[in-house]
Design a protein around this ligand. Structure first.
Ligand SMILES: [Zn+2]
Ligand SMILES: [Zn+2]
Length: 165
């Protein structure tokens, strides 16, 4: 007998199968998200269901730790990449463009103060920036420029004659 489930289990992992799944996902994305939102609202308003769901997910995450870690890493890499794009992918001060050296800096130095008060920002700056539409009072600085700015209030790159005078 033809085992449909086993067939698709294999087929969905092929390149063609993955492409079909992706296009199906995109096609029904809006509707699925809307349905998920309705379901979530129903669960959130029912403490008993909510507790049950939370317990279930906690157990699931513990049993699928590798999968979760990988998914987290992928998501974080994407969020960081999007944030880097939004801020020009280079140090505002010296032009350093290796992404590994770049960090997000609050232009008026309010970063650390704000970070202490805003848990969402502290836990994931990249997500926070996206959720706040990449605010203009943030900029990209490389580690050198960022550190100098933090320690001396100004990066030595900016010690031009007009600044020093
Ligand atoms: Zn720099
Ligand atoms: Zn600099």
């Amino acid at each position: 007998m033809f085992d449909k489930r086993a067939y698709y289990h294999v087929y969905n992992k092929t390149e063609k199968g993955q492409a079909i799944q992706r296009s199906n996902y995109q096609r029904h994305r809006e509707r699925r998200l809307a349905m998920a939102a309705v379901r979530r609202a129903a669960i959130m308003s029912d403490p008993e269901r909510h507790a049950k769901q939370t317990a279930y997910y906690r157990k699931w995450r513990a049993a699928n730790k590798d999968k979760c870690d990988k998914a987290h890493k992928r998501l974080n890499a994407r969020l960081r990449d999007e944030a880097l794009n939004a801020y020009g992918r280079k140090c505002k001060c010296c032009g350093e463009s290796f992404a590994e050296f770049l960090s997000f800096d609050h232009v008026n130095g309010g970063g650390s103060r704000q970070r202490k008060t805003d848990r969402a920002m502290r836990s994931n700056i990249h997500r926070w920036l996206r959720d706040h539409n990449y605010p203009a009072d943030f900029q990209l600085l490389c580690m050198n420029c960022n550190w100098a700015k933090g320690k001396y209030g100004r990066c030595p790159h900016q010690n031009t004659e007009e600044n020093v005078a």
